[in-house]
Design a protein around this ligand. Sequence first.
Ligand code: C5P
Length: 420
Amino acid sequence: MLANKTIVLIISGGIAAYKSLDLIRRLRERRARVRAIMTRGAQQFITPLAVGALTADKVYTELFDREAEQDVGHIRLARACDLVLVAPATADLMAKMAHGIADDLATAVLLATDKPVLLAPAMNPKMWENPATRRNTEALRGDGKKFAGPKSGEMAERGESGVGRMAEPLEIADAATDLLLHRRPPTPDTAKPLAGRRIVITSGPTHEPIDPVRYIANRSSGKQGHAIAAAAAAAGARVTLVSGPVAQPDPAGVKVIHVETAKEMLQAVKNALPADVAIMAAAVADWGVASEGDQKIKKDGSGHPPALDLVENPDILATIGHNDTLRPMLLIGFAAETQNLIENARSKLARKRADWIVANDVSHEFGVMGGDRNTVRIVDAGTVEDWPSLNKVDVAKRLVDKIATFFSGTAVDMPEAEEQ
Ligand code: C5P
């Protein structure tokens, strides 16, 4: 696919540098020639020997290296290629690029090149959010540099998560391929009301394993969440649906991530963010089993059933609601109540920091869970909207219309080629 293409890969100094080794493999699988430049920092994480073994080419490390200058020279290195790819791109390297600093081989090549430049940033979320990095990113975008990622997720630093994780090697290789082959991402249909919006939706139940053959589940069918995903995609949004185990087919035009447990669902939601909207329609199990046995629990003949030790699961809606980095502009939760519907929905709104709660009274309408119809009330901080009893597909369409109205008049940040 990339035969005859040469990529100069600049590896700067971050822990994500280990992923660059896989990136080299991915690029070479596509027949690209990869010439690697490593900064001093990069060499603290991976060795030029490993990089050279994978590129099967010389690895460039020094600006004032007589041998390398005689060989190609940094100006030729910068020009005799089809793409300059920086992965990982650290906050420091991006700052230098934004200011035209050229104090080592990597930055000199970046300043001298006249070829497209693709960056895969990787840094701690606080560094990514820092106003200085925001300014530098904007400046680089303004200069025509392209970006792949960063993504949200767990960081190398224990317990830290947020936006800053380097995109996966395959995603970076895809973005590089698109740029090299001048492939345009599918252009969002701007006539559609949610064109360019990203929406993350959870749907279905979760299964909490007890032992290899048993689990705790609930009656959620996923019909409502899947219908919302389909309606949002039809309205032009880019939808990621995180689905528990359901019998529903994957909706057309939707990226579906299949999970089983509440913990897996939380992780998948974090990975799918940031987004403009998150809709938490899943019936997440409130409790999981403390320690899942790796053997099937057997009757011991004593006549006493075994005790199940339960632990509270993470509340996905509340976790996202209270996370200022991950929280989308519009966060929507569901509430199935049997009494004090509005009161309970309002307290859920506050406790989980949601913007709207789609509340339904499950005491009168038997069979909401698993059924085809739903009677809901939309509760926000100040108002309550009563909707008539509707088919779940029509509830989904009406909810999507309401979301489109919420965003009407707000500018859409149209996704760029590299983010596909
Ligand atoms: O507290 P309750 O379970 O009634 O809250 C329902 C809302 O919270 C739904 O939007 C549901 O998807 C979400 N939720 C969650 N994680 C949990 C429990 C509920 O995201 N562990």
